[in-house]
Structures are given as C-alpha cells and as structure tokens.
Design a protein around this ligand. Structure first.
Ligand SMILES: Cc1cc2nc3c(=O)[nH]c(=O)nc-3n(C[C@H](O)[C@H](O)[C@H](O)COP(=O)(O)OP(=O)(O)OC[C@H]3O[C@@H](n4cnc5c(N)ncnc54)[C@H](O)[C@@H]3O)c2cc1C
Length: 362
C-alpha cells in the first residue's frame, strides 16, 4: 500500500453523519459504526447493491461534499481515477461528517430493516446437507418484508453477517419466528458452527432484515421459477405469496437437485400447487442430475436449465418471450439459467434472481 492509500484508508475516524443524496434530495442518518449502504437500506431507500461485501461495484456512489471513511481497500473494484474523483463503495464506507453524495436511487420496493435477537428453537435436517432452522425471538416481531427477501444472520465473533433468504412468506410465519433453509458449506465459518454437534443452544443470533429485490413483480404473464439446493427457500416464499394473493399467472417451477435424497419440501410444494389460483396452471417439475440411471425415478433428469430448454420450451414449441424468470441458488446455476432464458427471448430485466454467493466469491 503506498503512502497516499495509507492516509486514505486509515486517515479519518468514523463519526455519525447525515448523508444528503442527490439528485433525490433524500437524507440518511448514518451511525459511526454502520456502513452508509446499510443505513440507507435500513431506512427503506432503494440504494442499488448486490453482494454487500465489497466485491461488486453495484453500490458505488460519489462524494460531492464532505468525507467518508473506507472500511476496506476497494482499489480492486474501483479504478484509481474513480477513487480520485470521489467514487466509493457504500457497503465499505462509514461517515466522517455530514456529506452530499451522488447516487441514483432505484424504484424497487425496500422495506426498512429491523434487527431482532433470537435463539435457535428448532432444527430439522431436510437433506444430508440442508437444514431447516427456526429462529425464535423473545417477543412478537413485525414480518414486514415481501416474500422472497432475505435477512442477515450474525453471531458474536463472526467476521461479517451471512445472508439467508426467508423460507416462508411473512404472513405464514408465526409472530415470533423466522424460518430459513441453510446448506452446510464445508469450511464455512457460520455453517460449520450451525451444523456443529456442540453448538451452544444459548448463543444469540441476530436477524437483521428484510433486504433484497427478489420478489414477485406485478404482471400477468407466466413465470418460470428455477431453484437449486437451498435456493428453494425464497422461491417457496414467493410462491406462498402468490397463493395468498391468488395471483393470476401460470407457473412452471423446476427444482434442481442431485438425487432423490436431495429433494425436500415436495409435499409442501404440492400443497401450494393445490392452493394456486384454480384458473391458472402450476407445473412442478423436480429435475435430478446425479440420480442413478437404474433407480425408480420417473421424473426429470439432467441439468435443470437443459430440462427447461429441451423438455419444455423445445418439446412444446413454447414462446416464452413474454415470461418472467425467478431464479435462486448457486451462482453457476443462475448464470446458466440466464443464458437459456435470454436465448429464448426473455428480457434480462424480466429475470430476477438471488445468487447464493459466499466467501469464495470475495
Ligand atoms: C442474497 C443471498 C441469499 C442467500 N440465501 C441463502 C439461503 O437461503 N440458504 C443458504 O444455504 N445460503 C444462502 N446464501 C449463502 C450464505 O449467505 C453463505 O454464503 C453460506 O451459507 C456460507 O456461509 P459460511 O459462513 O458457512 O461460509 P464462508 O465462511 O463464507 O465460507 C464459504 C466457503 O468459502 C471458503 N472460503 C472462505 N474464505 C475464502 C477465501 N478467502 N478464498 C477462498 N475460499 C474461501 C470456505 O472454506 C468455504 O468453503 C445466500 C447468499 C446471498 C448473497
């Protein structure tokens, strides 16, 4: 690190400050110990963002007046010229004083986030590596998010919070509970603790949310949902929302898993199908890519994205160009699904997804 960067990085001490955002002229009060992005999101503003840990540049803003303090060296993500011009990553910056910031806020639905302390009250292994985790708060809480959104979970000593999608529509949760589907990631700090046999039951977990822009948009056209692994959580929540609102849309829902052992919540999804608006179709198709050839499995096989292309679009000669796509799961599955959907005419701004990124993507 050169001396300039040293001064830039270590020079100022964070202090509470009010950010005036231009051109919207909205104001955000930021405490010295929180990132500018988190403060904006907690106050319900649609500040564009994606990863929230400094590896993308979606939350970039520009300081017009005042000073901020970077909390990491984001010269890997922004160019020297951008940094010199006052650009910064809002997820990696704290205020030093009141500032004027240039940022184009979006018009997505954002819900002010609330922090709740909770204890793990219930766990259930859904597959060999995915667990249903119920977190219970000591008093009733507001479930204010939209189905499909996610929360940040943290425990003492964890380097940063981890993101997990709510696995139920807010209206279907008990007033003092949050449910998540969490996959064990070998070597992962949070999930190794969570799945550990000697986990301290009195360990408090902070649930901060809701966040994200994964929710059902208003439109009449059919939707394709594609979930992989624990990516079922937000898709299930979103479809539960569709049932509660009795939306008037056809659905094709493909659930990708390795083998029959890795399928879960099939009964719950069939119940959603039964409760879906009767005038509209709900096709649920589990697709397995590592199921032994000689097993009794009669359902879909192969990669879930190939299945959608070959067995649904091509076989039925379907025009899906006015459909919307809702995708959730591991980043390679999302990337592959976007390619297929766009190839068949679905516009990129009609495809919505949450990639379940982790520290490997930092
Ligand atoms: C919006 C969003 C929603 C999500 N929702 C869900 C959900 O509903 N369910 C779910 O299961 N997951 C979800 N995820 C993923 C989740 O947030 C975590 O990333 C995941 O659980 C891993 O956390 P961890 O602390 O166990 O692993 P981490 O500590 O983050 O480590 C992950 C892996 O990376 C390796 N690693 C760590 N540091 C490095 C490094 N520097 N270089 C290379 N490798 C490294 C570790 O050994 C490990 O294998 C979501 C992610 C996002 C962004």
């Amino acid at each position: 690190m050169n001396i300039y960067k040293y001064l830039w990085f270590f020079g100022n001490k964070p202090k509470d400050g009010t950010m005036t955002l231009l051109p919207s002229n909205k104001k955000v009060f930021v405490k010295s110990n929180q990132s500018i992005l988190n403060a904006a999101l907690e106050q319900g503003l649609d500040w564009p963002h994606d990863c929230k840990f400094g590896s993308c540049s979606s939350c970039m803003g520009k300081v017009l007046k005042g000073k901020i303090k970077p909390t990491s060296d984001y010269s890997q993500v922004l160019t020297k010229e951008e940094i010199d011009d006052g650009y910064f990553l809002a997820c990696q910056a704290r205020p030093v004083m009141d500032c004027e910031i240039e940022v184009d806020l979006g018009d997505l639905v954002r819900v002010p986030a609330i922090k709740n302390n909770a204890l793990i009250s219930e766990t259930e292994m859904l597959t060999s590596d995915i667990m249903r985790v119920v977190l219970q708060t000591d008093q009733n809480v507001e479930h204010a998010g939209l189905p499909g959104m996610w929360a940040e979970l943290s425990i003492d000593g964890l380097d940063r919070p981890r993101s997990y999608s709510y696995a139920a529509a807010p209206k279907n949760e008990k007033p003092n509970e949050f449910t998540f589907f969490i996959r064990k990631v070998p070597g992962g700090k949070f999930t190794e603790w969570l799945f550990g046999s000697n986990r301290d039951m009195s360990q408090q977990v902070t649930v901060n949310g809701p966040f994200g822009s994964f929710y059902l948009r208003e439109k009449q056209s059919p939707i394709v949902c594609i979930a992989g692994g624990s990516g079922l959580a937000p898709i299930k929540a979103l479809l539960e929302g569709g049932v509660l609102d009795q939306v008037k849309r056809d659905v094709v829902f493909l659930f990708g898993a390795r083998t029959q052992e890795d399928l879960y919540c099939v009964k719950e999804i069939k119940e959603l199908k039964d409760k879906w608006n009767k005038d509209y179709k709900f096709d649920f198709i589990p697709v397995l890519n590592m199921e032994p050839e000689d097993s009794d499995w009669k359902g879909g096989r192969g990669l879930v994205t190939d299945y959608f292309e070959n067995e649904i679009i091509k076989k039925d000669n379907l025009d899906v160009s006015d459909w919307q796509g809702y995708l959730c799961g591991p980043p390679p599955m999302i990337d592959a699904a976007c390619v297929v959907l766009e190839k068949h005419g679905i516009k990129s701004d009609e495809i919505f997804y949450d990639k379940f990124t982790d520290s490997r993507d930092l």
